[in-house]
Design a protein. Structure first.
Length: 132
């Protein structure tokens, strides 16, 4: 899809998992890799963004989930710890212009030690835009 750019994410669970419908699924993003990039077609001047995500079940390290845009920079930074469950978050309403891109990525908690986030991953289940 032209509105979705994917760097290094993978499907979770794996496409060859028997009866994938038993699992809540999404796109798995590893720390220190290219972010998920979404370029929606605006349906209004204001957008409220709702995210549904969780740490990957096999993630053994904490990392920072960073949500940003091309025009406003960072919108949210949240520490994810291993073993956490599904989180649904709604970001504050903000203006949205045509061509703007939303990015979701995973970074190390300590930027001086990027290798410390090795093994951390997040599963992004849903990104919803509500336009006004």
């Amino acid at each position: 899809d032209p509105w979705l750019g994917q760097g290094f994410g993978t499907l979770y669970p794996d496409p060859w998992t028997v009866d994938r419908t038993r699992f809540a699924s999404g796109l798995s993003l590893a720390a220190n890799c290219a972010p998920l990039a979404i370029r929606p077609t605006p349906g209004g001047a204001q957008a409220t963004i709702r995210l549904v995500y969780r740490p990957h079940p096999e993630s053994a390290t904490s990392a920072l989930l960073v949500v940003s845009t091309t025009s406003a920079g960072e919108l949210q930074r949240r520490e994810l710890r291993p073993g956490g469950g599904w989180v649904t978050e709604t970001l504050p309403e903000r203006s949205w212009s045509a061509g703007e891109q939303l990015r979701i990525g995973l970074l190390p908690v300590d930027s001086a030690q990027p290798e410390a986030a090795t093994g951390a991953a997040v599963i992004v289940d849903r990104v919803e835009f509500t336009w006004r």
